[in-house]
Design a protein around this ligand. Structure first.
Ligand code: GDP
Ligand code: MG
Length: 212
């Protein structure tokens, strides 16, 4: 088991490194959104695409089945490609390489990857992205960074989503942030609501600062 795991991860890391070099050469910013299912990745992405419509934005959508999320992105006018992983629980670097080829990008792009929803497997797979971004919604509980530390340790930024629901819930935002910083003292945090737009300008500013 250990040998197989090492072989798979070794092969993935080599392709991820090729992706990373290509992204750098083509001046592309690539961010990989990771979270459990339903935390609001696609909703936040559609809102983000609407606000960045004038930019060169594309989205690579990962789900086990269906093209629903790519369809939701395309409704905003942004190009999207759907990757179905079947039995797989995460995207890998080869899937991203092939999706980028199909997108025929010409450089300077902002590439969003929406990974398959789960807080475990996507943490272990480097796609060649600049940043992993963990989305945690306030309905999931403050303890998730402690229960699934790898995901939060691998992420540069945590977006705490659905803050519009806070008045209806017992969710301690500061405790959640403290828990995330226990596993990753450097993680940045932005509180957002993908549906009301609260915090979304700060998220867009964060993206723009990464593009410079
Ligand atoms: N109240 C509220 N609901 C949200 C927010 N973001 C997403 N949702 C809802 O959460 C559900 C799952 O969202 P979706 O974007 O499909 O999550 P994904 O599985 O992470 O892509 C949908 O019913 C969304 O309307 C938010 O900020 N506030
Ligand atoms: Mg989705």
């Amino acid at each position: 088991m250990v040998q197989i795991e090492q072989d798979i991860l070794g092969k993935n890391d080599a392709i991820a490194q090729e992706n990373r070099l290509k992204f750098a050469m083509n001046k592309q910013l690539v961010v990989n959104l990771v979270s459990s299912p339903g935390s609001g990745k696609t909703t936040l992405l559609t809102e983000t695409c609407r606000r960045l419509a004038a930019d060169k934005v594309v989205v690579i959508e990962g789900d086990q089945e269906t093209a629903n999320d790519a369809d939701r992105i395309r409704e905003t006018g942004v190009r999207a490609i759907q990757v179905n992983t079947g039995k797989g629980c995460h995207l890998d670097a080869a899937m991203i390489a092939s999706a980028c080829e199909r997108l025929e990008l010409d450089g300077g792009d902002l590439i969003f990857i929406e990974n398959v929803g789960n807080l475990v497997c996507p943490a272990g797979f480097d796609l060649g992205e600049r940043h992993k971004i963990a989305i945690l919604s306030v309905t999931e509980g403050e303890d998730k960074p402690l229960k699934y530390p790898d995901m939060f340790a691998a992420s540069s930024l945590m977006l705490v989503n659905k803050v519009d629901l806070l008045p209806h819930l017992k969710f301690d935002v500061q405790l959640c942030i403290d828990n995330a910083r226990k596993v990753n003292p450097d993680i940045e945090v932005i509180c957002v609501s993908a549906t009301t737009g609260e915090g979304v300008p700060e998220w867009i500013d964060w993206l723009q600062s990464q593009r410079k």
